[in-house]
Design a protein around this ligand. Structure first.
Ligand code: UDX
Ligand code: ADP
Length: 462
């Protein structure tokens, strides 16, 4: 079949896979190919068990794969055959050299730009999809200019992805906005229009925002910083609630009803995780510092510090509540993913808590409906100290404490009377997501420790 346009995506991860599946579904006249250097990942995308868990993704991939959606490891061929290339490779926090622990590691991005340059025989629109430091487009353009080929022009656009894991398909099908940044040159504006026309096939035109390329690059970092800041703000308030008998859930409801504030991202918890928030804020902090904006850098850095404080505070509360020792006690984690509806464990608070618990010589049971496999990879090497049991009732057997780490809906629905029967006494619940019925659990006999609310306990503490 002859397609009107050929679109390539380099990087078949959490962003590239779902985004391209939705573009393929919405634009049947386009051929969409997703390539990756990781053969296992591509094999996964071509199989019945996709490499990532995302509600609604299986159905869309099944509908389009082999028709106008293809997954391949042949990167050179993919580049040659496409006129539009999305780049969604990973840009993790740098672990070495200048800016280690803060700056983005853009080596995969540079390698991709070099690949595109090496294999292109015709002009391309190259779209930055991965989250990247502001001014990355300049770096890509410099690579493209390093060995010019006559008649081949590369136009770099920025089109950051705002999807959240767990709701990726919904977010892609019905986005609040699509942002497209370009150079304000004639070729830049033409390329931008090409991309606008693709999205306009299913996104109302007024939700497609165009801007200069630097605003687009920076907006992505700022959007994540603002969202994370809301979580850190409510988490900071939760600490004060625990001292003052105010209830953080009541505060969220009260302030969220103010239309200027809004109700979203006001759930206090054990702290944010995921691949974006910490990485993007640290990247923003690094950028501010490198432009000499020390105060601005410190301001944003405090969002990450409150996040670390919240988890440390949660752990200290657990230790104190469990009479100062966890040695030999079994702690069962309900959830290991960084949030509900994903198997992703990147920057999951559960990972950090598990390290803390093991350092106290506790035994840990991990129970997550989707993330147990990733947890095993993350915690490889701990051997007998950790057991993995997906069924939450079985996982609770002989545990001294349950810790709700992930806001999976199933944890709201379990029969906690049965859970209580299976556990050692005194039995503790630490609700790191404030999703359980605390009063009911207390009445069943549990000692209950929520976030930002008074504890409900049968024990006496001084
Ligand atoms: C985020 C952004 O939402 C998305 O737009 C961007 O493209 C990538 O980063 P994601 O990391 O998938 O998406 O998850 P998100 O839903 O934003 O949650 C991030 C973390 O904050 C999770 O650990 C979540 O549990 C936590 N969170 C969120 C809270 O603790 N409280 C809240 O009220 C909201
Ligand atoms: P994200 O959450 O941003 O999508 P992932 O780590 O899930 O990040 O996905 C990024 C993907 O990019 C990985 O599957 C990785 O193998 C792929 N990748 C990294 N570098 C290259 C490259 N040079 N060429 C092709 N794919 C790459």
């Amino acid at each position: 079949m002859k397609f009107a346009k050929s679109i390539l995506c380099i990087g078949a991860g959490y962003v590239g896979g779902p985004t391209m599946a939705v573009i393929a579904a919405k634009c049947p006249e386009c051929k969409v190919t997703v390539v990756d250097i990781n053969e296992d990942r591509i094999r996964g995308w071509n199989s019945d068990k996709l490499p990532i868990y995302e509600p609604g993704l299986d159905a869309i991939v099944k509908q389009c794969r082999g028709k106008n959606l293809f997954f391949s490891t042949d990167i050179p061929q993919g580049i040659r055959d496409s006129e539009i290339i999305f780049v969604s490779v990973n840009t993790p926090t740098k672990t070495f050299g200048e800016g280690a622990g803060m700056a983005s590691d853009v080596q995969y991005l540079e390698r991709t730009a070099r690949d595109i340059l090496a294999h292109s025989r015709s002009s391309k629109i190259v779209i930055e999809k991965s989250t990247i430091p502001v001014k990355t487009a300049q770096a890509m353009e410099n690579i493209f200019l390093s060995s010019p080929r006559s008649g081949v022009h590369f136009e770099v656009l920025s089109n950051p992805e705002f999807l959240a894991e767990g709701t990726a398909i919904r977010d892609l099908e019905n986005p609040d906005r699509v942002l497209i940044g370009s150079r304000e040159t004639p070729t830049g504006i033409t390329a931008r229009q090409t991309l606008v026309d693709i999205y306009a096939q299913w996104v109302p035109r007024e939700r497609i925002i165009t801007s200069n390329i630097w605003s687009s690059e920076l907006s992505k970092l700022v959007a994540n910083a603002f969202l994370a800041q809301r979580v850190s703000s409510i988490n900071a308030v939760s600490a004060l609630c625990e001292k003052t008998q105010a209830d953080v859930r009541e505060i969220s409801r009260a302030i969220g009803a103010d239309s200027r504030i809004g109700a979203k991202f006001l759930n206090a918890g054990i702290g944010f995780g995921g691949s974006c928030f910490k990485k993007d804020i640290l990247n923003l902090v690094y950028l501010c510092r490198s432009y000499g904006l020390e105060e601005v850098a410190n301001y944003w850095e405090s969002v990450v510090k409150i996040n670390e404080y919240q988890l440390g505070r949660f752990f200290s509360k657990m230790l104190k509540a469990m009479l100062g020792t966890m040695s030999g006690k079994r702690i069962c984690l309900y959830g290991f993913a960084f949030k509900a509806d994903t198997g992703d464990t990147r920057e999951s608070p559960a990972k950090y808590l598990t390290h803390k618990l093991l350092a106290e010589n506790a035994m840990v049971t991990i129970s997550d409906p989707q993330a147990n496999d990733n947890a095993k990879i993350d915690l490889a090497g701990y051997g007998e100290a950790i057991q993995y049991i997906a069924d939450p009732l079985d996982a609770a057997r002989d545990a001294d404490a349950l810790v709700v780490m992930t806001d999976w809906d199933i944890y709201r629905k379990i029969d906690y009377a049965q859970v209580f029967q299976k556990m050692r006494k005194p039995a503790f619940i630490f609700d790191g997501r404030n999703i359980l019925d605390h009063k009911k659990c207390f009445e069943l006999g549990f000692n209950v420790f929520p976030i930002g609310q008074q504890e409900l306990t049968h024990l006496k503490y001084e």
